[in-house]
Ligand binder design. Structure first.
Ligand SMILES: Cc1ncc(COP(=O)(O)O)c(C=O)c1O
Length: 401
């Protein structure tokens, strides 16, 4: 069992940061790597031709390792999730009369490219809703659990995929309330009907294991600045063999065969670098950001997403049990993550005073409508959980113990 890693971060003791789903804090080692990385540019000779490749390849290898050990050449370096999804949309055909399957209230990064593709092709967009309607603002909780909701939503998702489905574009874990989707079952369903599976791993990769060999997605795109604890403006995208002959959004010089030989860059090449490297964004050898991301991913790799998930489970088990007693509704364990989950308020809670109490105690979590989204990580400890519990007891009208 891993223990609290707060010392690896610089979060002040009086700040209870339970919002990694918004932005992950930069670990100390990544901050130091960033300062060193930025300084190199002061004297350009510090950056050699091999640095255009070495750091990018290290980043690919680290991400590939977190996905269960895929070929690092299958990883492209992107500036954000939308870029990875745009790459997918450019290369995955959607035809007239086909459909694209999405989830209700999904993060827009994996939505707009598909609604456009469907509109332009004359295809249908199927947005799969959970039972009971909205995911987040929703109604208040009527009991201490969300009986059957996650299971039923997963079932609806599988049923929405049919012989006319071109693309299924979903997350592993819903960004608003942590509902978990069974991607192995979904991947199998997609293969049965010949649909492509495009996964947004931004709210899961790093804190929840993802096994590419088991899910077999066509695309898995992940922003680095949340659960990978890295810098903003960087995303890593796994692309399956299906993309080996595809068209990148940009035609970069470094994505072409032989780009390592700086003397011969104007011997223009038809061929690309192997794997997914052709899909890299221009100037992917980001000398300021890549070393920061490498330090962060090394740390996440050392800790292990499975251990991080277990840590979050252990940390929040008591909180979830007590929240249920107080009347908050929490999704069943089987259908939610432990690093990201929602607490739906019982009736009668004064949201304005709850918000004020959270601010006063410096508890950072996301309050959307009548749901509180908690997103803990390895820097959180019992003091963070206890601070939140005190506020919840107060909100539910329980006198302090
Ligand atoms: C699920 C998910 N995907 C993607 C993003 C970010 O997308 P982009 O990198 O295109 O800004 C977020 C940000 O909150 C997110 O929650």
């Amino acid at each position: 069992m891993m223990h609290c890693q707060r010392a690896a971060f610089s979060i002040p003791r009086d700040v209870h940061y339970l919002n990694c789903a918004y932005m992950g804090p930069l670990p100390r080692v990544a901050e130091e790597a960033g300062v060193r990385a930025l300084r190199r540019k002061v004297v350009p000779t510090e950056i050699g031709p091999e640095d255009f490749f070495r750091e990018s390849d290290r980043l690919r290898a680290l991400f590939a390792g977190l996905l269960g050990g895929v070929d690092p050449a299958r990883v492209a370096i992107h500036p954000g999730v939308s870029y990875g999804v745009a790459t997918a949309a450019r290369n995955l055909p959607v035809g007239r009369g086909q459909n694209v399957v999405l989830l209700h209230e999904q993060f827009p990064g994996n939505v707009y490219a598909w609604t456009r593709a469907a509109r332009e092709a004359g295809a249908e967009v199927r947005t799969v809703r959970p039972p009971g309607g909205a995911v987040s603002p929703g109604g208040t909780a009527s009991s201490g659990s969300e009986e059957g909701r996650g299971a039923a939503w997963n079932q609806r998702l599988l049923e929405a995929v049919d012989a006319r489905t071109a693309v299924v574009a979903v997350p592993h874990v819903h960004w608003t309330d942590g509902t978990r989707f069974d991607l192995e079952a979904l991947g199998a369903r997609c293969r049965d009907v010949g649909a492509a599976l495009v996964v947004d791993g931004t709210q899961s990769v790093g804190a929840l294991p993802f096994d590419v060999a088991a899910v077999r997605p066509d695309v898995l795109v992940t922003a680095v600045y949340k659960w990978l604890l890295g810098p903003y403006s960087l995303a890593l995208t796994y692309l399956s063999e299906r993309f080996d002959d595809g068209t990148p959004l940009e035609e970069t010089w470094i994505g072409r065969a032989g780009s390592q030989d700086f003397q011969r860059l104007v011997d223009y090449q038809e061929r690309y670098q192997p794997g997914a490297v052709r899909y890299d964004v221009a100037e992917r050898s980001n000398f300021a950001l890549n070393p920061v991301a490498i330090a962060s991913l090394e740390l996440v790799t050392e800790w292990g997403p499975g251990n991080i998930q277990e840590y979050c489970r252990g940390l929040t088990a008591g909180l979830v049990a007590e929240a249920r007693e107080l009347g908050f509704a929490v999704e069943d364990e089987r259908w939610r993550a432990h690093h990201l989950f929602g607490l739906r308020m019982p009736e009668g809670i004064d949201l304005a005073s709850l918000k004020e109490a959270l601010q006063r105690r410096k508890i950072h979590a996301s309050l959307r409508g009548s749901a509180l989204r908690l997103a803990p990580n390895v820097y959180n400890d019992g003091a963070d959980v206890e601070a939140l519990m005190e506020v919840m007891r107060e909100a539910a009208g329980r006198p302090p113990a």
